[in-house]
Write a protein that binds this ligand. Sequence first.
Ligand code: ZN
Length: 207
Amino acid sequence: MSAESYFYPQKMGRIILTGMEEVMGVHGVNAVLRNASLEQYIQNYPPSRPEREFPFETISQLQIALEQTYGPRGGRGLALRVGRACFKYGLKEYGSMLGLTEMAFRLLSLPTKLSTGTKSFANLFNNHTDQKVRVEEKEDRIFWHIERCPLCWERKADEPVCHLAVGLLQESLYWLSGGKVFDVKEVSCIAKGDETCTIVIDPIPFS
Ligand SMILES: [Zn+2]
């Protein structure tokens, strides 16, 4: 057994399970929790507290169980939707500390909003969780490098598996831009031997 040394705050664990429940219903979440051998969370989500006690291992197990319960394709689609749902709950918990809702921010150009917003989201993870994220802007793309990733923690896979992060970013960009849709995809993943889980954002929205 591995040491559980990295954590999300309890409230982020609660956000993930609440997002799952919104997308697949309470029976769906219960089935996933059972398949993940995480029965202790059935109708007993973690409290809305900041303590870092929700292990990376648990977050990764939930992704595996999602794929086991609904198949790889179904699980992937659901994980994307769960990520989008999580953004809404995350915004309620953390929105005020992002500093992105003030009038000054709303007046910025779209490229500046995306640049400022993604860095602000990265800081949220870096400051409040054990996840490490680095934002890089180059060649007209924004790269979201997850350097320590809970979603694929200790997983081995042939293709990127951190779909929840893709959904979360899609929804955060939709919100940042006031309703625009962006091309967001994971191009490398620690689970397949890459150094980082990297999600590439094309900052030109679909029309
Ligand atoms: Zn990952």
